[in-house]
Design a protein around this ligand. Structure first.
Ligand SMILES: Nc1nc2c(c(=O)[nH]1)N[C@H]1C(S)=C(S)[C@@H](COP(=O)(O)OP(=O)(O)OC[C@H]3O[C@@H](n4cnc5c(=O)[nH]c(N)nc54)[C@H](O)[C@@H]3O)O[C@H]1N2
Ligand SMILES: Nc1nc2c(c(=O)[nH]1)N[C@H]1C(S)=C(S)[C@@H](COP(=O)(O)OP(=O)(O)OC[C@H]3O[C@@H](n4cnc5c(=O)[nH]c(N)nc54)[C@H](O)[C@@H]3O)O[C@H]1N2
Ligand code: SF4
Ligand SMILES: [Mo]
Length: 749
């Protein structure tokens, strides 16, 4: 029996743990207060952490390579060896590439569950530009916008000691963050720190705020322009900073001039007074921070102008590269992801085939190169993987139609597209039509159940983990595995390396193990992987106001890595790309007599993480059913009460939820995302992914996506709700599996 240092992997924070190990099995877990988040209380308070033990050997885990033997989705498998699985996958991929070109292989990645560079390395050497991810509606918009505006990504800061005003905008760390940020928000507000929350729902975060702004979903760009209007009209901006460091102030001022508090009140549903007070509170405090979340990255065409307007708010108030406001991140001192990906080896003719490249102005290899030219002058090289990912909707369509060319194979890694991507029914048809679908997975999921091969991946506590923010910052954290993988599970790295070796990539995979590749990654620090694991963190003290530094005596300051060398309120790059150089709000999605309400499809809830953990009994007991929230007046108007089973319907389809009446903006419906019913089996298992899935209600039709970065819309869609029948109520309330299965068959989704 021994205690070993390891890390939790059940969300992106990778909290430091001690694992008690007996005969190669983890039998107990304790927080390690000497490593991140340096506070045993945070880990003890985490509702998910202890379920690591249940998950390590859960009945739904994949333990051996599986090959499909029945019809696709029938859940009939043959256990095979890793060698056989890899040989067969390599042979089938080669045949498909010979017939259709290597672009016929697409990959799907999800949130930060694993290291993705080995996949990119394989894909670049294989020759496919068609990786799809969730970047467009997760962290891309902020990376792109901050790179355009400031020359590099920003890390927003909140410090109870120094921050004087904080706006949390479209983010709910009370549910989405179990860790240090939420604890910091609590400490900040306890000390009397001024907090403003912009969110249609009165979340637990909003309840800590001095001011809660329950705006109409999707109207955020108008609000940001309204705040800029007041700040400029009342001369609350930092004039010396703007004069010295910002370009395009006159154009921005002209753009925001029409956005008076009254107009913005009409557009957002807020009052003119609260808009003015918010502008004065933010601009009047220094330092002041704005922390943004998915609420504004998932509003389709309004995401880009919102992020841009918020970047302008930070800039005109001088809250850039200042402690307690925002830090301009730096390139890693270790080997960055971009160098591990080998993106330069993907030939130009293959890059040009990326699905989406010919339509989207920035989200493509060409767009990446355009911004690369300027950031590289500031010694920065942005990561490739999310910024060049293909548009998912075009991939699903190419699978179904063969146009513009056939996509016949997909490898899914750390993602569950049937749950996470818009338009579940389209994806279902598309995946079912493939010649080859491979899932690298921990558990049985709706997506992996459709696969030809499911490969058992080593999860939390079974493999080393090094998180590097994809190379956008000089930070690395993580640590070692506690035990060797159970059964025949292997790391994602092993899969890609072994496949690469079978496909002529020998010279590019010099490391035998994942650990060896980590030694190589950390080598520039003069540190081995084993040494790194002792502290589990590399984060040099940040430096601020770097733009003022002079490289040598007599030289001018380095400024910002933008074409003008200044912060670009007016974006030269967007202008050259024929996109709007100053932020311009777009009309909201139209509602009508039939679809009168507005939908938020995906507010996070504890203890779940996207579609994960519904099968973990101790977590499911805490939150057994999918909830939809509406305000009191909306409920009364519809004759609905708490606990009703309701259908939420959009033009796309309908999904079943249990109703909860909550404090929030009226005429808005907020549903949880990621719901499926792992307890159902066979064909009911498949239908289980449709019943309460928020993404049955959404779509990402390419023609309607944002034309620069390609965002689709998860929030602000037109919808309606109505009472479901008695069988649907019983389906939700009666957890007897065979009765659930009978009712699932009868349900039409
Ligand atoms: N428990 C849990 N934690 C998670 C995750 C999880 O699935 N579960 N997922 C992780 C991932 S991948 C991510 S990206 C982060 C996301 O973390 P957050 O950004 O905190 O995610 P959300 O809960 O979606 O918060 C968005 C908030 O925006 C609000 N909102 C919706 N529409 C609008 C709008 O139009 N305007 C504004 N201003 N607000 C709006 C919602 O009501 C919600 O409260 O969380 C991570 N943490
Ligand atoms: N309607 C709606 N849809 C959304 C969102 C929303 O707010 N609303 N949010 C979007 C956002 S921000 C995100 S980030 C995505 C999340 O999308 P995903 O990341 O695709 O969602 P998950 O359900 O977490 O699926 C991850 C899968 O990876 C597996 N996994 C975990 N660890 C590993 C590993 O180490 N290796 C491998 N190979 N697999 C692993 C898990 O078992 C799980 O099945 O969802 C997006 N979709
Ligand atoms: S916050 Fe909880 S689930 Fe996330 S890594 Fe830490 S202990 Fe694990
Ligand atoms: Mo995300």
């Amino acid at each position: 029996m021994e205690w070993v240092k390891t890390n939790c992997r059940l969300c992106g924070y990778l909290c430091g743990l001690f694992a008690q190990v007996e005969d190669g099995r983890v039998v107990a877990l304790e927080p390690d207060p000497s490593r991140y988040p340096y506070d045993a209380a945070i880990v003890r308070g985490c509702r998910r952490c202890q379920s690591n033990l249940e998950l390590l050997d859960h009945a739904d885990r994949v333990n051996y390579p599986l090959k499909r033997v029945g019809a696709r989705g029938s859940d009939e498998w043959q256990r095979i060896s890793w060698g056989q699985a890899l040989d067969e996958i390599a042979a089938r991929l080669q045949l498909l590439a010979d017939n259709n070109g290597p672009e016929t292989l697409a990959t799907s990645i999800g949130g930060p569950h694993s290291v993705y560079w080995p996949m990119h390395r394989f894909l670049n050497l294989f020759g496919s530009p068609n990786n799809l991810g969730i970047g467009q509606i997760c962290w891309n918009p902020a990376i792109w916008v901050n790179a355009l505006t400031f020359g590099w990504p920003l890390e927003n800061e909140l410090d109870p000691e120094t921050t004087r005003c904080a706006i949390i905008w479209g983010m709910n760390p009370a549910e989405s963050d179990n860790s240090l940020l939420w604890r910091t928000v609590l400490a900040y507000t306890r000390q009397g720190g001024h907090l403003i929350v912009v969110d249609p729902r009165q979340t637990r975060t909003a309840r800590r705020a001095d001011t809660w702004l329950p705006l109409e979903p999707g109207s955020d760009a108008a609000l940001a322009l309204g705040l800029l209007h007041v700040i400029i009209r009342e001369k609350l901006y930092d004039e010396p900073f703007v004069t010295r460091w910002c370009a395009g102030f006159a154009e921005l001022a002209a753009q925001v001039a029409p956005y008076t508090p009254q107009l913005v009140a009409n557009l957002t549903g807020l009052t003119p007074a609260v808009i003015e007070e918010t502008a004065r509170a933010y601009a009047g405090a220094s330092p002041a921070t704005i922390i943004t979340g998915r609420g504004i990255d998932q509003i389709g065409a309004n995401s880009l102008p919102t992020q841009r307007a918020i970047a302008c708010l930070r800039a005109v108030t001088g809250n850039v590269d200042v402690p307690g406001a925002a830090h301009l991140a730096e390139m890693p001192d270790f080997v960055p992801e971009i160098d591990l990906e080998l993106s330069h080896l993907l030939p130009e003719r293959q890059r040009a085939k990326q699905l989406g490249a010919s339509f989207l102005r920035l989200q493509s290899y060409a767009g990446y190169e355009r911004v690369f030219e300027q950031t590289v002058k500031g010694n920065g090289r942005l990561p490739h993987r999310y910024l060049t990912s293909a548009h998912p909707n075009l991939i699903w369509r190419a699978m179904l139609t063969g146009k513009p060319y056939p996509i016949r194979a997909m490898i899914v890694m750390g993602s569950n597209p049937l749950s996470a991507h818009a338009d579940t029914k389209l994806i279902y048809q598309a995946l079912k039509s493939l010649d080859l679908l491979v899932a690298l997975e921990l558990t049985r999921t709706p997506t992996s159940m459709l696969a030809d091969y499911v490969l058992p991946i080593a999860g939390g506590l079974e493999r080393p983990v090094l998180q590097t923010n994809a190379g956008t910052a000089n930070i690395a954290y993580g640590g070692n595995s506690a035990v060797a993988p159970y059964y025949e599970r292997r790391t994602d790295f092993d899969f890609w390396r072994e496949l690469g070796l079978r496909m002529g990539q020998e010279s590019y995979w010099p490391w035998q193990t994942f650990e060896e590749s980590l030694d190589a990654t950390l080598a520039p620090l003069g540190m081995s992987w084993a040494e790194f694991c002792e502290t589990g963190l590399y984060a040099p003290t940040p430096t601020y106001r770097k733009f003022e530094h002079c490289p040598a005596a007599g030289h001018s300051p380095i400024g910002f890595a933008t074409p003008s060398g200044k912060i670009e309120l007016f974006s030269t790059v967007l202008d050259q790309l024929d996109a709007e150089p100053v932020p311009q709000p777009k009309p909201l999605c139209a509602t009508d007599d039939h679809y009168k309400l507005r939908l938020i499809s995906g507010a996070r809830v504890q203890p779940f993480y996207a579609s994960a953990f519904r099968q973990v009994e101790q977590l499911r007991q805490m939150h057994p059913l999918p909830l939809a929230e509406i305000g009191k007046e909306t409920a009364q108007a519809q004759g609905l009460v708490d606990g009703n089973a309701i259908w939420v319907e959009t033009e796309q389809g309908r999904a079943l939820f249990k109703l909860k009446v909550a404090v929030m903006r009226e005429n808005v419906v907020s549903v949880e995302y990621g719901w499926w019913y792992p307890e159902l089996s066979g064909s009911d298992f498949e239908s289980g992914v449709l019943i309460s899935n928020a993404n049955v209600l959404t779509h990402a039709d390419f023609e309607e996506c944002e034309p620069v970065l390609g965002q689709w819309q998860f929030n602000g869609l037109a919808c309606r709700i109505y009472l479901a029948g008695p069988d649907e109520l019983l389906f939700l309330n009666d957890r007897n599996v065979s009765r659930m299965e009978e009712r699932a068959i009868a349900m039409e989704c």
